[in-house]
Design a protein around this ligand. Structure first.
Ligand SMILES: *Cc1c(COP(=O)(O)O)cnc(C)c1O
Length: 384
């Protein structure tokens, strides 16, 4: 096969600062003799991210999952939280670890985010919040979600792992809701190796989060609440300060790759691009397509497996649905017939390789393979 890739192509590759720049940064850490607990790198990253994301309050964490877990905890939520089954496991696991019960709501077929028109029917006297996810950078129906929350006095928390730096209606997307979580995992657009943050407005919440992520220690001799250890360390923060310098350029490269994918896939029947809906929201986190088996002629799973033969490794994000996890599937809201759109989409989505270094040529080659597979199939079916 002349369009075989010599090295495996994965869906993403972390942004790495140059060895020189990182060595210089690490030597600052070494010279400071300070490795964690709100050191100078931590303070500087917090400050720069506040500016970059244009948010009032920002708190850093060792990873996005712990950020979300403690963000939920900071609001003293109880009972049930309405959320989506179509997300990364961490979203609902953060509920679990707070003793909160997820109530699964179906998704919107266009954006794959929670279907706001179906939320209100799921609210009971036990509901305390809505936890929604800006899936693949597609913003949730933020206005409608807020209106529902206001009517029922619910908190709104967003899993914003896919919307680092994204804007909506000309403002930072994290302006919507009571809180937004960002993940800085190596696979995310901006990374601190592992890491995460919460963006919010309330200063009192900032103080509470400082306690929650550091064992509830108000001072060396006073433990005022039951916390945990979720602090970002100095090496993570140093990495973040270097990677932040690379993000805008990376975004530009991904923009070109996105346009290339769109141009070359647009005419293929049965393939829909999922990440073009609102331009100013685009975070360039993932490039995801949806394969309609009837129109493309072959299933998502078939294409996923077939691409491996060319050394291209796509991902079925987010398969399986969280509502199908062993410990949730007994829930009334997890029953398949209540989540028809989520059931459908989970069998159709495919995240494609998407990172600056991949380059336009490789994207064209991947699109060529997808087209060829489609054409070959049609030729075969015409013969048979
Ligand atoms: C990556 C991701 C997370 C988890 O973040 P970590 O920093 O890896 O803990 C949560 N939710 C979504 C939607 C994600 O993509």
């Amino acid at each position: 096969m002349d369009n075989y890739f010599d090295e495996p192509i994965l869906i993403t590759r972390p942004l790495f600062p140059t060895k020189q720049n990182m060595a210089r940064k690490i030597s600052e850490v070494w010279d400071s003799k300070w490795l964690t607990n709100n050191g100078t790198q931590h303070q500087e990253l917090e400050k720069q991210l506040k500016d970059y994301l244009n948010v009032d309050q920002l708190s850093l964490f060792s990873n996005g999952t712990l950020a979300l877990l403690l963000g939920l905890k900071a609001f003293n939520l109880t009972g049930e939280v309405i959320t989506t089954p179509f997300t990364f496991p961490a979203t609902v696991q953060a509920l679990d670890w707070n003793g909160l019960t997820p109530v699964f709501c179906d998704i919107n077929p266009q954006t794959l985010t929670i279907d706001a028109t179906k939320i209100e029917a799921l609210i009971t006297e036990n509901t305390s919040a809505i936890l929604a996810v800006h899936v693949f950078g597609n913003p949730c129906d933020v206005e409608e979600i807020q209106a529902i929350a206001d009517r029922h006095q619910l908190k709104v928390i967003y899993d914003g792992a896919h919307v680092f730096g994204a804007k909506l209606n000309g403002q930072p997307i994290s302006n919507y809701g009571d809180m937004t979580m960002f993940s800085f995992h190596a696979t995310k657009l901006f990374n601190t190796i592992e890491g995460g943050a919460l963006a919010f407005k309330d200063e009192a919440i900032a103080r509470k989060l400082d306690l929650l992520k550091n064992f509830g220690l108000a001072n060396p001799e006073e433990v005022v609440l039951s916390g945990i250890n979720a602090k970002m360390n100095e090496v993570q923060a140093a990495m973040g300060l270097e990677v932040l310098k690379l993000v805008d350029e990376e975004r530009g490269k991904r923009h070109n790759l996105k346009k290339t994918y769109e141009r070359h896939l647009a005419h293929l029947p049965g393939i829909r691009v999922l990440t073009t809906l609102v331009n100013d929201s685009s975070s360039y986190q993932y490039f995801v397509i949806e394969i309609d088996e009837k129109m493309y002629g072959k299933s998502r799973d078939w294409l996923h497996d077939e691409l491996k033969k060319y050394n291209v490794f796509t991902r079925k994000y987010f398969y399986p649905l969280c509502s199908d996890f062993e410990w949730y599937k007994h829930l009334e809201s997890a029953q398949g017939e209540k989540l028809p759109q989520a059931q459908k989409s989970v069998g159709q989505v495919l995240a494609m390789p998407f990172y600056g270094e991949l380059g336009v040529e490789s994207v064209m080659k991947i699109c060529g393979i997808i087209e060829e597979l489609h054409v070959n199939h049609n030729r075969l079916s015409n013969v048979i």
